[in-house]
Ligand binder design. Sequence first.
Ligand code: S3P
Length: 182
Amino acid sequence: MAGGRGSNIILVGFMGTGKSSVGRLLAARLRRRYFDTDSWIVRETGMSIPTLFADFGEQAFRDMETRAAQEVSGRTGLVVSTGGGILGRPRNLELLRASGVLICLQAGVDTILQRTAPWDSRPLLRDAPNPRATVEQLLARRAEQYARADWAIDTSGLEPADVVERICEKLPSLLRDAATPS
Ligand code: S3P
C-alpha cells in the first residue's frame, strides 16, 4: 500500500444523514473497530458537545476535531463516523483522506430536520432561530467539502441496514482505488 491511502472507512456528511447508526452497524458487519470523532471528543474533554460549544466556543470544538482527525490518521482498519462539520478545515480533509476512503452520507432537508429534531445535542441547530434555513445554508456552504468524498449515497428513505448493504457492495472497489498510488 506504499504511496496509497490507508485502510480506514470514514463516513462524512451532514448532521442527520445516519453516520453514527450506519457506522456502528458497518463496523459490526466488517468486524472492524468503530471510532466516532464526536464521542472521542466527549471522552477526551469530559464535556458534552453542547457544553463544549457553550463554555469554550465553536473554535475549541473544531480544534478538538482536528485532534480527532490526527488520532484517526494514526490508526488503521477502523470504521469512523465524523461530525458534520469536520471537513471545514482543509487539514482535517488531508488527514482523513490520507487514512482511508471517504464515504459521504446524504439526505434531503426534510429528512435531516426529522432525524435531528429536537436538536438538543446539536448546538448549531438548537441555537438557530430558523433551523430549516440554517440547514439549507450550511448544506450550501459545505457542498464543496462533501464533494471531496470518494463516493456518496443518499440515505433518505433507507434504513441503516440498507445503507450498510449498499456500502458493502461498493467497498471493494473503493478500498482498491484508495490503496493504489496515484
Ligand atoms: C456538527 C455536527 C455534529 C457535531 C457538532 C457540529 C456540524 O455531529 O459534530 O454538533 O458542524 O455539522 P453530527 O453530524 O454527528 O450531528
